[in-house]
Design a protein around this ligand. Structure first.
Ligand code: NDP
Length: 352
């Protein structure tokens, strides 16, 4: 129990630290895409996500380096940590929704989807949504580093390159979000969603713990000795996805700010009804949501890192089954034919 409580409270402490840093550290001030509900003015934001992120990582690094906290402390306390984040997410979701005036609808729906659109704190110094994304991203990165540290502590003699790759790609994913934090102001969650369980619990609990599930499941395992080409394929898929997703989001960002401005040297083409305009060239000419395809490809590339272990067996055993099947057919002749007819599936019953 004495060990569970620090783990439980660790995410609370990280989020409090991130919030304090976000308020105190210098930030650039930008105009967003969303308008204030009452005044109709475009909202202004203080953005310093990347700085807050690196200062927090620096604190984690200093604690590990000085021996104040084992490198894999968050791994050791991952279950109590996830429980703490889940609880805090639930409490804050309820607080954010229940302290806002009702919208005349179903309470459960309000609890899930929220009531407030873009709540701000400390006189606009912090935007709730942008803080939540920053907090989730920072704890996710700390979890990834701590889980990987655990792998190195246990299997340091022969660590898995798949785990290193996974952390490297995921770090890219998180840093990319923070580098382009401003582009996030133009996305769906900012202009179309309210602040309820989905966003609050999602950012504080789901994001930092579920997104780390790949590493969670393999950090304790030894190096599967997977072939290098699987890592190369994972990396290529990830960056193909990143190109689509980041490219599309940046192109839309550029278009919304100036519909005439060329993006990557290409003048935008748009459909218009005389009043509104919809971009239909470049990434937005490939499909109506090619950025979602990019996100799915990135996630697939990330999953392939930890999944190198099972994929390695797929790569190894599927061709071997074919070879062995040929060998048995040659050896057993008609008997093998009868066996094939009676048991038609090669490896996965009912599928293959
Ligand atoms: P979009 O960035 O696609 O935003 C949709 C909005 O963009 C529309 O409502 C419309 O709003 C505008 N729009 C759509 N098509 C066009 C067009 N052809 N021309 C001009 N404007 C258009 O979706 P999201 O905000 O959901 O996603 C943004 C990114 O975030 C994506 O890459 C997505 O994959 C990623 N994402 C990542 C998640 C994660 O957990 N990692 C979770 C969810 C999303 P308007 O009224 O402004 O015109």
């Amino acid at each position: 129990m004495s060990d569970l409580l620090p783990g439980f409270l660790a995410p609370w402490a990280v989020f409090a630290g991130v919030f304090g840093l976000h308020l105190l550290l210098p930030a650039r001030r930008v105009t967003g895409y969303v308008r204030d509900e009452h005044s109709g003015e475009l909202l202004r934001y203080r953005l310093n996500g990347l700085l807050v992120f690196f200062v927090t990582l620096g604190v984690w690094f200093a604690a590990g380096r000085s021996g104040v906290m084992p490198w894999d402390w968050l791994w050791q306390h991952r279950w109590s940590g996830a429980a703490g984040a889940l609880t805090l997410g639930l409490l804050l979701s309820a607080a954010v929704v229940l302290t806002a005036p009702g919208r005349g609808g179903d309470l459960l729906r309000d609890l899930y989807l929220g009531r407030r659109v873009n709540p701000r704190m400390f006189n606009g110094r912090a935007d709730a949504k942008m803080f939540l994304y920053l907090a989730g991203a920072t704890l996710l990165q700390l979890n990834l580093l701590s889980f990987a540290a655990h792998h190195f502590l246990v299997h340091g003699g022969d660590p898995s390159p798949g785990i290193v790759l996974h952390v490297a790609l995921f770090s890219w994913f998180v840093c990319d979000y923070l580098v382009f934090e401003r582009v996030h102001l133009y996305t769906y969650d900012l202009f179309a969603e309210r602040l309820g369980f989905k966003l609050v619990w999602g950012c504080l609990s789901w994001y930092p713990y579920f997104y780390a599930v790949g590493l969670w499941s393999v950090a304790d395992l030894p190096n599967p000795q997977a072939p290098v080409w699987l890592g190369v394929v994972a990396t290529l898929i990830f960056f193909a996805g990143w190109t689509l997703s980041r490219g599309a989001n940046l192109q839309k960002f550029s278009f919304k700010r100036d519909p005439e401005r060329a993006f990557l040297g290409l003048v935008p083409r748009a459909l218009s009804d005389g009043e509104r305009r919809v971009l239909c060239s470049g990434f937005w000419g490939l499909s109506r949501h090619v950025n979602y395809l990019g996100e799915i490809l990135m996630a697939s590339g990330l999953a392939l890192g930890p999944w190198l272990y099972p994929l390695y067996y797929v790569a190894l055993l599927f061709p071997r089954e074919r070879d062995d099947d040929r060998r048995c057919a040659a050896k057993y002749g008609p008997l093998w034919e009868r066996y094939r007819e009676k048991v038609p599936w090669r490896i996965v019953p009912g599928v293959y």
